[in-house]
Design a protein around this ligand. Structure first.
Ligand code: FES
Length: 201
């Protein structure tokens, strides 16, 4: 996204919703008053969640004010961590793991689907404005490769068909349920296995 577009998209004001203000109060209880700026990361996370997965500059200023810290310090944290998005990504933000275990089990097909259905380039919002995608490194669910993360949810054990259905569902703002798409429970083996002649689930 161009710098001009990012600038144009910046809302002038940001405030936590009533629900997030309550959450912010709870978060602040974790820290001594003199160290309340330690809440900057959970506050940024709350702001990102409230604002369709990205953090505008006005939210950083708002958080700086709440935590009595310089705006530039909040900005430094927000720009350091890649999990904070600083430009619109759409309300369905797709992260496709393309590290080796996912790659050898077909992650490249999911990337092709994202290019076909969401946008040709990474970090580009779909035509409808509700979705974008990017490639990421291992998301820690290699046992269920290939997998994608959409907002906070993991979609695992995918193939071309299930990935296509999932992407269609978010493009239509009706996300399918997360989890394994081969019926795996947590990280357990998919089928019963014989070990020393006995059945083990
Ligand atoms: S390699 Fe994809 S989750 Fe680990």
């Amino acid at each position: 996204m161009s710098l001009k577009k990012v600038h144009d998209e910046q809302p002038k004001e940001f405030k936590f919703s009533i629900g997030n203000l309550k959450k912010a109060e709870e978060i602040l209880k974790r820290y001594p008053e003199k160290n309340k700026k330690s809440a900057v990361m959970p506050f940024l996370y709350l702001a990102q969640k409230q604002n369709d997965n990205w953090i505008p500059l006005s939210a950083m200023k708002y958080i700086a004010n709440l935590l009595s810290m310089p705006y530039i310090s909040v900005y430094e944290v927000a720009t350091f961590y890649t999990m904070f998005n600083l430009a619109p990504v759409g309300k369905h933000f797709v992260q496709v793991c393309t590290t080796t275990p996912c790659l050898i089990r077909g992650a490249n097909k999911i990337v092709e689907l994202c290019k076909e259905k969401i946008s040709l380039k990474e970090n580009e919002v779909s035509k409808k404005g509700n979705c974008s995608w990017m490639e990421v490194e291992c998301l820690g669910a290699c046992v269920s490769a290939p997998m994608i993360q959409i907002n906070e949810n993991y979609y695992e054990d995918l193939d071309e068909k299930s990935a296509r259905e999932i992407i269609d569902s978010i493009l239509n703002d009706k996300p399918l349920k997360p989890g394994s798409y081969r019926g795996r429970k947590n990280t357990s083996p998919e089928k019963k296995q014989l070990v020393n002649g006995e059945n083990h689930a």
